[in-house]
Design a protein around this ligand. Structure first.
Ligand code: AP5
Length: 217
């Protein structure tokens, strides 16, 4: 059987990245993430695309969406070569929903729900390893030595878009632009809402069960 094609939706800080790693490991699919792809190409020259800024960096640091043209091309290329995937960070507006529908079918659509105050606490307290990308939290998930990654000894830093101001904007953009995109999928037979406010292990148990039930069907 072909590997499953899974979409994971949810607000910034809902745990999409955390749970996508679990899904990729358990189901042997590729983790396709627009956020990581854009962070690796923040200074890519997009001036020929008639966009407001010349690189993705300015959009991302403010917590705004990078123009569709840039993101659509990243996803199209990644999905073309993937044998099964968990897609994280896309689509984020109705135009991207339409693009994705033209690119591929989906076997499971997961939507993580978490309240705004919890999201603000998770994101403003997050610290990320400069070396391997591992995530920590200043209160809930501290490294053994402050400011240093347990895995690779590199420094832990705050993501540019995890400042309070950028987080508030990201959540506003989510409410205004991404919630209508998620609502588009709600009537789909393979749409499953997951309570993302539980402990990570409980969220993962719900996700694993939902994927198995949907693909075994
Ligand atoms: P992106 O990197 O996709 O950021 P995001 O959607 O804002 O999501 P995050 O990575 O912040 O959170 P997450 O849901 O993955 O949560 P995580 O697992 O890390 O996008 C960044 C930017 O790129 C966008 O703002 C935009 O500019 C641009 N971009 C990306 N895609 C785009 C698109 N399609 N179109 C246009 N522009 C695009 O968890 C967060 C924290 O919570 C961690 O510290 C974690 O340890 C903790 N945590 C996780 N689960 C739990 C739990 N159950 N309980 C307690 N803590 C938890």
């Amino acid at each position: 059987m072909a590997q499953p094609q899974i979409l994971i939706l949810g607000p910034p800080g809902a745990g999409k990245g955390t749970q996508s790693s679990n899904i990729a490991g358990e189901f042997g699919v590729e983790h396709v993430t627009t956020g990581d792809a854009l962070r690796a190409n923040k200074d890519m020259d997009i001036s020929d695309m008639d966009t407001e800024y010349d690189t993705p960096r300015a959009y991302m640091e403010a917590g705004d969406l990078v123009p569709d043209e840039v993101v659509n091309a990243i996803v199209d290329e990644a999905l073309t070569t993937a044998n099964g995937f968990v897609l994280d960070g896309y689509p984020r507006n109705i135009e991207q929903v339409e693009e994705l529908e033209a690119m591929t079918d989906l076997d499971v659509i997961l939507s993580l729900s978490v309240g705004r105050e919890e999201l603000i606490g998770r994101l403003t307290g997050r610290r990320v390893c400069e070396g391997c990308g591992a995530n920590y939290h200043v209160e809930f998930d501290q490294p053994a030595k402050e400011g240093v990654c347990d895995e690779c000894d590199a420094d832990l830093v705050q993501r540019d878009d995890d400042s309070r101001e950028a987080v508030e904007n990201r959540l506003d953009v989510f409410e205004d632009t991404t919630v209508p995109a998620i609502d588009h999928y709600r009537d789909n037979d393979v749409f499953v809402e997951i309570n993302g406010e539980q402990q990570p292990d409980s969220v993962w148990a719900d996700i694993k069960g939902a994927i198995r039930r949907t693909i075994d069907g």
